[in-house]
Design a protein around this ligand. Structure first.
Ligand code: PFF
Length: 458
């Protein structure tokens, strides 16, 4: 506890680490399909508005809270509101980290397995045959040992990075992996667009189709803007707590949001140009990544290389997000309990891995756990965190800034590290209030939809 706090080695390192947290599986398997199905550029426009109005103020809020207190979520809330119940918002963040990383680690393992399968040339048996690809994927995820082996490997890498600390672990690896992701995605996008018919993807993704833009698409865009920026569980509070006071928070937040959005768009172009060029059907989520793509890549000249590159960058995107989730838990035990980094990371990384084992086995591997709402334990953990825990955490943080910390104090913190820009407290209050209201509405809508059977919108 009395050790000096670690700080980022450079501004670039911080921006790459924070955008590494934001850029993850969500960008590559959620955004492109959502956009394609819900109005193309019309959806992207709404998504960008949501990110700028709701996302930006909450990213900055988290950075400021972390930098001001130099503590991870629980400590940060306690430092500003000692003895109050606000610390429970911090605990909600630590809890969300447990929930998210348990299933995220399983998917990380699947991605590693698929990188390896592609490298070995095993996708060649799936050429143009999505049924065979689907059978392979289903038999893999519902088996007992193979997914556990890969999940364990993924979690061990994650633990290794976090044990090495902020500068020597998170920053070092983000500085290697983020530029690699961008360069390879650009290459994959150019490869896809230069295929005959590859340009069709641009119409699918970017042609504004306002007739497809329903009210539920707007709700979807709002919810996703939250997940994709890793908001609501204190990841950005924790990363902000390793900042020195001379950082320009607004500028950094704009970089993180910009990189997250550009990478989502690039992923959309890379994936759909290839899928359309080869006449495959665009699917969503796991089906797109683990079924459609493995049957499409081998049809390309050099497909083994393109497929491997794709899965390797997906692995990197998943890893830079997973480490940010584990860091929230590790930082809590370092900051609040005075534990060593190595002890907290190994113990809690281990516990999360064990919860993840149940997620994996719930998909069929001998332990068919059906949790409530008719979902597997795996789907339930995903649902619980992305539809409730993250939005509630983000909404409460916005309320905390307005009601407890005070917008003036928050704006004072923002001005530290900024040269001349002056931010208006009124504008900040309006943006944070819109953020809290909108997110509150999304949560209510979900409760109506899932628990009462009819959504307010959608
Ligand atoms: N932003 C990540 C993605 O888009 O995949 C997911 C995520 C990471 C959510 C970290 C929350 C978090 F704290």
């Amino acid at each position: 506890m009395n050790q000096a706090r670690e700080h980022w080695g450079s501004r670039l390192g911080f921006i790459l680490a924070a955008s590494g947290s934001a850029v993850g599986i969500g960008n590559i398997w959620k955004y492109p399909h959502m956009a394609g199905q819900n109005g193309g550029a019309a959806f992207t426009l709404i998504y960008l508005i949501c990110i700028l109005v709701v996302g930006l103020s909450i990213v900055i809020g988290e950075f400021a809270l972390g930098r001001k207190t130099q503590l991870s979520p629980v400590g940060a809330y306690l430092a500003i509101a000692p003895g109050s119940l606000w610390k429970w918002v911090g605990f909600l963040g630590v809890g969300s980290a447990f929930v998210i990383l348990s299933f995220y680690g399983v998917v990380g393992g699947w991605i590693m397995n698929y990188s390896f399968l592609s490298l070995k040339g095993d996708f060649s048996q799936l050429t143009g045959n999505p049924e065979a690809a689907s059978a392979l994927f289903n038999s893999f995820i519902t088996s007992t040992w193979a997914p556990l082996f890969w999940q364990l490997l993924f979690m061990m890498i994650c633990i290794y990075v976090i044990v090495n600390g902020v500068k020597g672990g998170i920053e070092k690896w983000s500085k290697i992996m983020m530029p690699t992701i961008i360069v390879i995605l650009v290459i994959l996008a150019i490869r896809g667009l230069t295929l005959p018919n590859g340009m069709t993807s641009l119409t699918f993704l970017f042609k504004p189709k306002f007739e497809d833009l329903s009210a539920s698409a707007v709700v979807l865009a709002l919810g996703h803007s939250f997940f994709t920026l890793s908001l609501g569980m204190g990841t950005m509070i924790t990363y902000g707590s390793y900042l020195k006071r001379n950082e320009n928070l607004l500028n950094s937040a704009l970089w993180v949001i910009g990189l997250d959005t550009i990478i989502a768009l690039l992923a959309g172009v890379a994936i759909f140009s290839t899928v359309f060029a080869l006449g495959a059907d665009p699917a969503e989520g796991a089906g797109l990544i683990f079924v459609v793509l493995p049957s499409v890549f081998p049809q390309l000249p050099g497909g083994q290389i393109w497929g491997t590159l794709f899965f390797v960058i997906l692995f990197m995107a998943a890893l830079t997000s997973a480490i940010s989730i584990l860091e929230v838990v590790t930082a809590y035990f370092i900051d609040q309990k005075g534990w060593t980094r190595i002890r907290s990371t190994i113990l809690f990384g281990g516990i999360i891995t064990v919860v993840g084992i149940f997620c994996s086995l719930s998909l069929g591997g001998n332990l068919n756990i059906t949790w409530f709402l008719g979902m597997s334990f795996f789907d339930f953990m995903d649902y619980l965190s992305s539809k409730y825990m993250l939005p509630i955490g983000g909404m409460l943080m916005a309320i905390f800034i307005i009601k407890r910390w005070s917008v003036n104090e928050f704006v004072k913190e923002l001005h530290t590290g900024m040269n001349s820009t002056k931010i208006s407290s009124q504008l900040v209050t309006i943006l944070l209030s819109i953020g809290a209201l909108v997110v509150g509405f999304i949560i209510l809508n979900e409760i109506f939809d899932k628990l009462l059977g009819f959504p307010i919108i959608g």
